[in-house]
Design a protein around this ligand. Structure first.
Ligand code: 0O2
Length: 209
C-alpha cells in the first residue's frame, strides 16, 4: 500500500472541488429566486480506520481499494422534498465534468434497516501534477427527514457496531417509516400550497381583464 497521504490526496481534492460545484448549483437557484432542490451539501473523505474496517468486512484487498470501495470520497446533498431528489439526480446526469457509473435507489428499494437515500457513483477526473487521475465518488441524495434518521441510526450503530438489540432494530424501522410519512405529508402540503397559489394568480389575472 502506497503512503495513505498520497493515496487520499486526489480524494480530498475531489471532495473540495465537488463541494464548491454542487453548492454553486444552489446559489444559481437562489439568484433566479426559485425553489432550490438542494438545501445543503456536505462532503468528507472516509477516515483511514473506517476504510480499513470496511475493507476487512467486505474482503477488499488494500491494493483494490480504488476500484472496489466506491465511497472513500463521499458527498451528501440534502433536499427539502422527495421530488427534489429526482431533480438533483437529473442535474447530475446532465453534467459533463464526470461520468455516472452506477445509481442505487434506496428510496423505492429501502434497506432492511429502514435506510432511504438515492446513491449516485461517479468517476471523477482530478487534475494532478502527474496528469489526470480518475477516482470513484459516492453522492448520497436524501431529504432532510431521511438525513435525520440516517444520522441518528449511524451514531447508534457506532455504539452497537451494527448489531442492534431486536427491540431497537424494530423501533428504528418504525422511526424510518415515521420519517417517510413526514416527507409524504410535507410534499402534500407543498402541492396544496402550489395549487392555492395557481388559483390565486388565475383570479388576479382575470380581475385585470
Ligand atoms: P460512512 O462513511 O460511515 O457513512 P453496504 O455497506 O454493503 O450496504 P455499499 O456497497 O458500500 O453498502 O454501498 P451503499 O449501501 O450504496 O453505501 C454505503 C453507505 O450508505 C454507507 O456508508 C452509509 O453512508 C450509507 N448507508 C447504507 N446503509 C445504511 C444504513 O442502514 N444506515 C445508515 N445510517 N447509513 C447507511 P458506510 O460505509 O457505512 O460509511
Amino acid at each position: 500500500m502506497e503512503h495513505w497521504d498520497d493515496f487520499l490526496a486526489p480524494y480530498k481534492q475531489a471532495v473540495e472541488e465537488l463541494k464548491v460545484k454542487l453548492k454553486g448549483l444552489r446559489n444559481e437557484f437562489e439568484r433566479d429566486h426559485v425553489h432550490s432542490p438542494i438545501e445543503f451539501v456536505t462532503g468528507r473523505v472516509k477516515p483511514i480506520v473506517s476504510i480499513l474496517d470496511k475493507a476487512a468486512q467486505k474482503n477488499i484487498p488494500l491494493d483494490k481499494l480504488a476500484t472496489e470501495m466506491q465511497d472513500i470520497a463521499g458527498l451528501r446533498m440534502m433536499c427539502q422534498f422527495v421530488d427534489d431528489i429526482t431533480k438533483v439526480v437529473e442535474l447530475l446526469r446532465a453534467r459533463n465534468d464526470f461520468e455516472i457509473v452506477e445509481e442505487r435507489n434506496y428510496i423505492s428499494h429501502k434497506k432492511v434497516s429502514g435506510y432511504r437515500s438515492y446513491h449516485v457513483v461517479l468517476r471523477y477526473p482530478v487534475q494532478t501534477i502527474h496528469g489526470e487521475k480518475k477516482i470513484l465518488i459516492e453522492i448520497q441524495i436524501r431529504t432532510l427527514a431521511m438525513n435525520f434518521w440516517a444520522t441518528i441510526e449511524h451514531s447508534l450503530n457506532y455504539k452497537y457496531r451494527g448489531d442492534f438489540p431486536e427491540d431497537i432494530r424494530v423501533r428504528l424501522q418504525r422511526a424510518a417509516e415515521a420519517a417517510f410519512l413526514l416527507d409524504e405529508e410535507m410534499s402534500q402540503i407543498r402541492l396544496e400550497i402550489q395549487e392555492a397559489q395557481r388559483v390565486f394568480s388565475r383570479k388576479k389575472d382575470k380581475s385585470k381583464d
